[in-house]
Write a protein that binds this ligand. Structure first.
Ligand code: DAT
Ligand code: MG
Length: 138
């Protein structure tokens, strides 16, 4: 079964939106395999966001992701990677379609980093790589 890594980022966690995100995942028919609340460490964030190293938003992104607790989930289901990214909506929450997590619940707060509530892996290779970073035994 296909798997993806979902993160309810520190903004979503702090706003009490973890349950709402998980509700949408379950309502769509995907399975929650593993859940963990933790504050991400910078070593693993550097691995997770390696593709963005050197971009102007990289350091603010890592700082934001390390700023407080987040919920990490392994979610499974047929075509879950594509399906969760559709539920999540476009990266920029101001432009994300209403009906999506980011479109319904996110906005641009005028901060350096787009606080867009959720992360979802973008390919099977990314998903397995990211799951390996955050869930060493799985
Ligand atoms: P996504 O999370 O939709 O897969 P991404 O992988 O391109 O987007 O970027 C990872 C995160 O980095 C994204 O969720 C928010 C932040 N980000 C991306 N592009 C940005 C930009 N132009 N300015 C500020 N933050 C950005
Ligand atoms: Mg991405």
């Amino acid at each position: 079964m296909e798997r993806t890594l979902v993160i309810v980022k520190p903004d979503g966690f702090a706003r009490g939106l973890t349950g709402e995100v998980l509700r949408r995942i379950e309502a769509k028919g995907y399975t929650l395999d593993t859940l963990q609340i933790m504050t991400a460490d910078r070593d693993r964030l550097a691995q997770h966001y390696a593709e963005h190293e050197g971009k102007p938003f990289y350091q603010p992104l890592v700082d934001f992701m390390a700023s407080g607790p987040a919920t990490f989930a392994i979610v499974s289901g047929h075509r879950v990677i594509e399906g969760f990214r559709a539920i999540a909506g476009a990266t920029d929450p101001t432009a994300a379609a209403p009906g999506s997590i980011r479109g319904d619940l996110g906005r641009d707060w005028g901060l350096a980093v787009q606080q867009n509530i959720v992360h979802g892996s973008d390919s099977p290779e990314s998903a397995e790589r990211e799951i390996g970073i955050w869930f060493a035994q799985r």
